[in-house]
Design a protein around this ligand. Structure first.
Ligand SMILES: [Zn+2]
Length: 156
């Protein structure tokens, strides 16, 4: 498996830096990809300052594009950083992985982009039926308003 993991990094995260795959598990109709972030620093979303002071870590479970007809769920260990600027309003912040995650996003960027494309091409009901075929079902309302624009969700 140790020989395979670097190849999985290249396959799953070809356009994303600093996210090595830890393990891949196939469970019935799903693939669970465990990964972690390793960037030395992250940018504070409030002031834009870079920080390397890690406050803690947590798990995120963004849905990804399906693979071989199975839904893919990532188990991504991401970190919170302490903002280095004393004058900043934000004390800690969650790191984002450009090209993979976004703040409050429950889907990977590539899945979000695919759903946006389906929404633009087919719109509501037809688009929702198409997402069922691709094993990433979303409602017609989600397609119409755009994925990752949840209503009433609270994130930090
Ligand atoms: Zn800051």
């Amino acid at each position: 498996m140790s020989d395979v993991l670097p190849q999985l990094d290249e396959l799953l995260f070809f356009s994303v830096d600093d996210v090595p795959v830890v393990s891949v598990e196939v469970i019935d109709t799903a693939v669970r990809v465990e990964a972690r972030t390793t960037a030395r620093q992250a940018a504070c979303p409030e002031c834009g300052g870079q920080s390397g002071r890690i406050h803690g870590s947590y798990l995120r479970f963004p849905r990804d594009l399906p693979a071989a007809g199975k839904l893919v769920v990532m188990s991504l260990r991401a970190r919170r950083f302490v903002c280095a600027k004393g004058t900043c309003q934000r004390r800690t912040f969650a790191e984002q992985v450009p090209g993979l995650t976004r703040r409050c996003g429950r889907r990977t960027e590539r899945l979000r982009s695919a759903l946006v494309a389906v929404g633009l091409a087919l719109a509501g009901r037809a688009g929702a039926r198409m997402t069922n075929v691709f094993e990433v079902p979303v409602s017609r309302n989600t397609l119409l308003r755009g994925p990752n624009k949840g209503v009433g969700r609270v994130c930090r």
